[in-house]
Design a protein around this ligand. Structure first.
Ligand code: SF4
Ligand code: SF4
Length: 95
């Protein structure tokens, strides 16, 4: 997701195969491997995002989505690790 996106979620709905959570560092920090670019990074969650991440109900209809994606009540999609997302996601711009 880019900074000025409309949160349609399309760029994240098929990323599960590439986003591997390798291990928990703590309840709110995960060591991850984004295999598409071979990047390893720490995913950090806090506040509302930690609560959203723990509740997977909103994503039951999207089994291929990035494990950090959640759908909000208004049906938009939200990255729960936005501030610590991998470089690929930071650089992504959709047409
Ligand atoms: S970056 Fe583009 S494809 Fe991804 S959620 Fe935003 S608008 Fe949708
Ligand atoms: S880390 Fe965030 S922006 Fe990147 S694929 Fe996952 S949900 Fe989308």
């Amino acid at each position: 997701m880019e900074e000025s996106c409309n949160q349609c979620g399309k760029c994240c709905l098929h990323m599960r195969r590439y986003m591997i959570i390798e291990r928990n560092i703590s309840d709110s920090q995960y060591f991850c491997h984004f295999t598409l670019t071979k990047e390893r990074f720490f995913a950090r969650l806090g506040g509302d995002d930690l609560a959203r991440f723990r509740d997977r109900n909103s994503m039951s209809g999207y089994p291929d989505s990035c494990p950090f994606l959640r759908q909000l009540e208004d049906k938009s999609f939200h990255c729960t690790i936005y501030s610590s997302r991998p470089e690929h996601c930071r650089k992504f711009f959709c047409a």
